[in-house]
Design a protein around this ligand. Structure first.
Ligand code: PSV
Ligand code: MN
Length: 431
């Protein structure tokens, strides 16, 4: 029998801190009222937020050097769903799960869908994988996949992506995210223009197989594993390809996929302006594609990204709805704890951005008052919106303090008993 955290347990844990939370909430309500803001409206807004979980994030990811798995990690997609459901149970902001094929392939996608739905989850975009060879696959991706010189390799990679679309369709997904490691490690290895031509020709075939209500997300990444010239290295290439492909193709911004100090919020603004901002993979980084927990290194950048997203909604309304996913690798933490805190960090940035005094900001911009414009953003960023997030969770049946509640539940100890390690099974699929 699979252990689930009992609902009553969450309520009991919440009861310990409810009076304190209410006091903090009331104090914050007063602060916001003086700024002309209604805390209840913000709490409702926080309750409407969601960010999808990466199925590959519930296991220890590891680095290229080693993987040090923790106890009780999921050994298959059904166990991953249990962990995702637990993250959602306590945070109430992660009802979507983004699957990755072939790591999450199952013989019975209908059963998987039913089980996930019964746990309050649905499937967000699916991800294809042509950056590794799948077991038993006839041709190798060593020299590329959708851009390979060999037409038969390209055909195999195209077929895999179309297979992901079909599987995703059965699961109720509405999007395919395509990231590939294709590129060159040496100058001269590729004809740079030829590689992109082959990419576009392959993507056109995948695009043609999309159901009418699906989107295809193009994920760029500066480098790794192609260390000289990655084919889809930047948002400009991604934008050009999405434009070439058509309206169902959009760009996906993974926060870790840029050179250090890149102004990511400006990329977000540009893609939003031209209608090609499809979605995000949230994570944080110090050096490269570090896949650290969202908001753990540069929460101000995350806030500034959400400030652009707020601006996008203000301009375009409901038509502006990029999809949000986490994409992280947890090496030294319990993945469930990292995912819970990361989802809340992303939600925090969303609510902080909602607090920006947009009239004041527009005024300072008009007056060329750079200092006060920056202060206006900082005032929103510095506001501790924690009580709003906690109250939204409690009202939705989640935990006031998800990590404390999770630890008190001894969920991981239960899983350690239920899930003895199986040789070759990896919770993350990455290593
Ligand atoms: C590549 O670094 C990436 O960000 C892509 O989204 C992959 O699908 C994911 O990581 C998993 O390895
Ligand atoms: Mn990613």
């Amino acid at each position: 029998m699979t252990y689930l955290i009992p609902r009553d347990f969450v309520a009991q844990e919440n009861a310990r801190s409810l009076a304190q939370l209410q006091a903090d909430y009331d104090a914050l309500a007063g602060v916001l009222q003086r700024r002309g803001r209604d805390i209840e409206a913000l709490t409702t807004q926080a309750g409407g937020f969601s960010v999808a979980l990466p199925s590959w994030g519930v296991g220890t990811g590891g680095t290229r050097f080693a993987r040090f798995p923790g106890q009780g990690e999921p050994r298959n997609v059904f166990e991953k769903i249990d962990d995702c459901a637990t993250v959602h149970q306590l945070t109430r902001v992660t009802p979507g799960v983004s699957l990755h094929f072939p790591w999450d392939r199952t013989q019975d996608p209908r059963a998987l869908r039913e089980i996930a739905n019964a746990r309050g989850l649905h499937f967000d975009s699916v991800n294809s994988n042509t950056f590794q060879n799948a077991a038993g696959q006839p041709l190798s991706y060593k020299y590329g996949s959708l851009t390979a010189q060999d037409a038969a390799v390209r055909a195999q990679a195209i077929a895999h992506n179309i297979d992901c679309v079909e599987l995703g369709n059965t699961l109720g997904s509405k999007g395919l995210t395509v990231w590939l490691g294709d590129g060159a490690n040496f100058p001269g290895q590729h004809n740079l223009r030829g590689a992109l031509e082959r990419y576009l020709s392959s993507m056109r075939e995948i695009y043609a197989a999309l159901p009418s209500d699906w989107l295809i997300y193009i994920e760029h990444k500066l480098f790794e594993p192609a260390f000289y010239a990655t084919t889809i290295a930047d948002w400009g290439t991604s934008f050009a390809c999405a434009t070439e492909l058509g309206p169902k193709a959009k760009c996906l911004v993974d926060l870790g996929h840029h050179a250090p100090n890149t102004n990511i919020e400006m990329i977000v603004a540009r893609l939003a302006q031209f209608g090609k901002l499809g979605g995000f993979h949230f994570n944080d980084s110090k050096y490269g594609d570090d896949d650290l927990d969202s908001g753990s290194i540069n929460p101000f950048q995350l806030f500034l990204v959400f400030n652009e997203l707020r601006d996008g909604v203000a301009r375009d309304g409901a038509a502006f709805n990029p999809t949000y996913m986490l994409d992280q690798s947890h090496n030294v933490t319990d993945p469930v704890e990292s995912l819970m805190s990361s989802a809340i960090e992303v939600q925090r940035a969303y609510i902080q951005a909602a607090l920006v005094d947009t009239d004041a900001l527009a005024h300072h911009q008009q007056e060329n008052d750079a200092l006060m414009a920056a202060q206006t953003l900082k005032q929103a960023f510095r506001t501790d919106v924690g009580p709003i997030l906690a109250m939204a969770r409690v009202r939705a049946g989640g935990a006031a303090d998800p990590v404390a509640c999770y630890r008190a539940s001894t969920y991981r100890d239960h899983k350690a008993k239920e899930r003895p390690p199986v040789a070759g099974a990896s919770g993350s699929g990455i290593v």
